[in-house]
Design a protein around this ligand. Structure first.
Ligand code: TXE
Length: 491
C-alpha cells in the first residue's frame, strides 16, 4: 500500500458504504505477519454511529415483519455468496490476522457459511412453548409464548476469529428479525465490510446490517454501546471490557450476552490414548497461535504419564511451522499485534522469574526479512509452575501452556476447577465412566472428552465466572435474540 493509493475499508450504514471525508479520522489496518499496513480504515464518529443506529431502527419494523421463510432464504443466499467469494474472504481474514491460509479456509470462512445455513435451519424449524393449564371443573387455559425480535442489537466482536464470531451472532440475530449495528475489532475490520456486500446482494434490506469501525473507549465501541437506541448487546472479548460494557448498559437495563476470556484446562489420565491425546493437545494449545478463547493453557497430567506427555508435546510443538500465512505448509501465524506480543512476552518473563522450566520456546523467533516486522512468538511449554502462579491463573492468549502433574482424579478435578474462569475443559481418558464423570464435574460452559473445539452449532456455547454471561448457539441464540410475550387464554 502506498500513501497515495490506500485501499479503504469503509463504514456501511443504511445500505451504503460511506466514503471517508477529508476531515474524518482513520487508522491503518496492519498485517501482523509483517507489521505493514495493508489498508486504511475509516473510523466512525458519534454522528455516523447515530446514523447507523437510526437506520437499524428504521429497518427493524419491515425486517421483523418479513416472513421467516423469506428471512431464512436471505441467510441461505448469504451462505452461497460467501462460498462464491470464498477466496476473497480468506484473503481479507489472512491480511488482517496473519493466520495461516489453511486455517482461515478450514475454520473461519467455512464456519461463516455454516453459521448462516445452521441458523436458517434452526429458526425455520423453531417451535414455541405452550402449556395447557388445568382449571377447576375440567376447564383449561392455553398459554403460549410469541417470540418477538429483541430489536436493534449491538454486535461487538474481537480479532481472533473475526468472521466466525461475527456471523455466529449476526446470523441468528437477523434470522430472528433483529437489525444489527456491528463494531468489528479495530485490528480486523476487513471481513465485516465484505459481509456487508454479501448481505446486500443476498437481499437484506438497507439498514438491517450496519458496520461502524473504530476502537473502544472514546470511539465507535463506546458510541454504539452507550447509544440509547440499542436494545441489547452481544459481546465477545476480554473480561475487563465486557464488565465495562455491562456497566455502560446497566442504567438502561438492556439484555447482554458476554463470551469473555478463558483459562482452560486439559486433564490427561493414565489410560488416555497417547497419540490421540497429543494430537488433541497440540491443537488445543497452539491453534490460531493460542488465540482462541477455548485454547488450553493449563495441562494437568497424571504423574505416571507426565514424562511421555511432556516429551510428545514438546516434539509436536517443535514441528509446528511458523512462516508466511500464504504458504500452505505454515501451521502457525503471528500474534495479532505488537501490543499483544508485549503482553505475552510479559508472561514469558514472569514465568522465568517464578522459576518455570521452559521445555520449548520461550522467545521470539527469527523468520527472515519479510516477516521481521511481524509479531511472532515461539510456541512455549513450561513445567515447574503451580496454580498459585499468575501465568497459570491469568489468560495469556498465546501459544503457551503450563504442564502440571497430579496423582488422583479428585486432585485433577480440584486443580482444573481452581480458577476464576469457566469456559471450557477437555478430558483425555479411555475410561467411559471417568470421561463422563470428570467432564460433568468441570465448572465450565463446555467440556470435551477425547476431543477439543468440536462444535455442534445447535448446542449451547458460553461460560461461567469470569468467562461470561449467558449462552448462544441453537435454542440459546433464539432465546437471547428474541423476547417472549406469553399469552394466556381461558378456554
Ligand atoms: O479485547 P477487547 P482486546 C482477551 C485476550 C486478549 C485480551 C485483550 O486475553 O489478550 O482480551 O484483547 C471493543 N466499549 N480476548 O484488547 O478490548 C474492541 O474495539 C465498547 C479474549 O483486543 O475486549 C473490540 O471490538 N467496545 C477474547 C472488542 O471490544 C469496546 C477474544 C474486544 O476488545 C470497548 C479477544 C468499550 N469501552 C481477546 N473497549 C475471547 N473471549 O475470545 C473495547 N471494545
Amino acid at each position: 500500500m502506498t500513501a497515495q493509493t490506500p485501499r479503504w475499508i469503509r463504514n456501511f450504514v443504511d445500505g451504503h458504504f460511506i466514503d471517508p471525508d477529508d476531515g474524518g479520522k482513520s487508522f491503518d489496518a496492519i498485517d501482523p505477519a509483517t507489521g505493514l499496513a495493508h489498508a486504511r480504515v475509516h473510523e466512525a464518529d458519534a454522528p455516523l454511529v447515530d446514523r447507523a443506529v437510526t437506520a437499524a431502527r428504521k429497518a427493524l419494523g419491515p425486517w421483523s415483519a418479513t416472513a421467516v421463510r423469506e428471512r431464512t432464504e436471505v441467510l441461505r443466499r448469504a451462505a452461497d455468496l460467501i462460498e462464491a467469494r470464498f477466496d476473497e474472504f480468506v484473503a481479507a481474514e489472512v491480511a488482517d490476522t496473519g493466520k495461516p491460509v489453511a486455517l482461515a479456509r478450514d475454520l473461519d470462512v467455512a464456519r461463516a457459511v455454516a453459521n448462516f445455513r445452521t441458523f436458517a435451519d434452526i429458526v425455520a424449524a423453531a417451535g414455541q412453548e405452550s402449556f395447557l393449564t388445568d382449571l377447576p371443573g375440567g376447564r383449561h387455559a392455553l398459554n403460549y409464548a410469541v417470540r418477538k425480535p429483541l430489536g436493534v442489537v449491538a454486535v461487538i466482536v474481537p480479532w481472533n476469529l473475526p468472521l466466525l464470531l461475527l456471523t455466529w451472532k449476526v446470523a441468528p440475530a437477523l434470522a430472528c428479525g433483529n437489525t444489527v449495528v456491528v463494531k468489528p475489532s479495530e485490528e480486523t475490520p476487513g471481513t465485516a465490510a465484505l459481509l456487508a456486500e454479501v448481505l446486500a446482494e443476498a437481499g437484506l434490506p438497507a439498514g438491517a446490517y450496519n458496520v461502524v469501525h473504530g476502537f473502544g473507549g472514546g470511539s465507535a465501541g463506546e458510541y454504539v454501546t452507550t447509544h440509547p437506541g440499542i436494545d441489547g448487546v452481544t459481546f465477545t472479548g476480554s473480561t475487563a471490557t465486557g464488565a465495562h460494557v455491562m456497566r455502560t448498559v446497566a442504567p438502561r437495563v438492556r439484555p447482554v450476552s458476554f463470551e469473555l476470556g478463558g483459562k482452560n484446562a486439559a486433564l490427561v489420565f493414565p489410560d488416555a490414548d497417547l497419540e490421540e491425546t497429543l494430537d488433541g493437545l497440540t491443537r488445543s494449545v497452539f491453534a490460531n497461535t493460542g488465540q482462541v478463547c477455548l485454547c488450553t493453557e493449563r495441562v494437568y497430567v497424571h504423574r505416571s504419564v507426565f514424562a511421555d506427555v511432556a516429551d510428545g508435546l514438546v516434539e509436536r510443538a517443535r514441528s509446528l511451522r511458523l512462516g508466511s500465512p500464504l504458504d500452505p505448509a505454515t501451521t502457525t501465524g503471528p500474534l495479532i499485534s505488537q501490543a499483544h506480543r508485549q503482553k505475552v512476552r510479559g508472561y514469558l518473563d514472569l514465568a522465568g522469574e517464578l522459576g518455570a522450566k521452559v521445555l520449548t520456546g520461550g522467545g521470539t523467533p527469527a523468520l527472515g526479512t519479510e516477516l521481521d516486522g511481524g509479531s511472532w512468538i515461539e510456541p512455549t511449554l513450561w513445567t515447574g509452575l503451580t496454580n498459585a502462579d499468575r501465568p497459570v491463573r491469568e489468560e495469556i492468549f498465546g501459544p503457551v501452556a503450563a504442564l502440571i502433574p497430579f496423582d488422583t482424579e479428585d486432585e485433577a478435578v480440584a486443580l482444573a476447577n481452581d480458577t476464576d474462569y469457566g469456559l471450557a475443559a477437555s478430558v483425555w481418558t479411555r475410561d467411559l465412566r471417568r470421561g463422563h464423570r470428570v467432564a460433568q464435574a468441570m465448572n465450565v460452559g463446555m467440556s470435551w472428552v477425547n476431543t477439543w473445539f468440536l462444535r455442534d452449532l445447535r448446542s449451547p456455547f458460553g461460560g461461567v465466572g469470569l468467562s461470561g454471561l449467558g449462552r448462544e448457539g441453537g435454542a440459546s441464540s433464539l432465546h437471547f435474540y428474541t423476547e417472549p410475550t406469553n399469552v394466556c387464554v381461558q378456554l
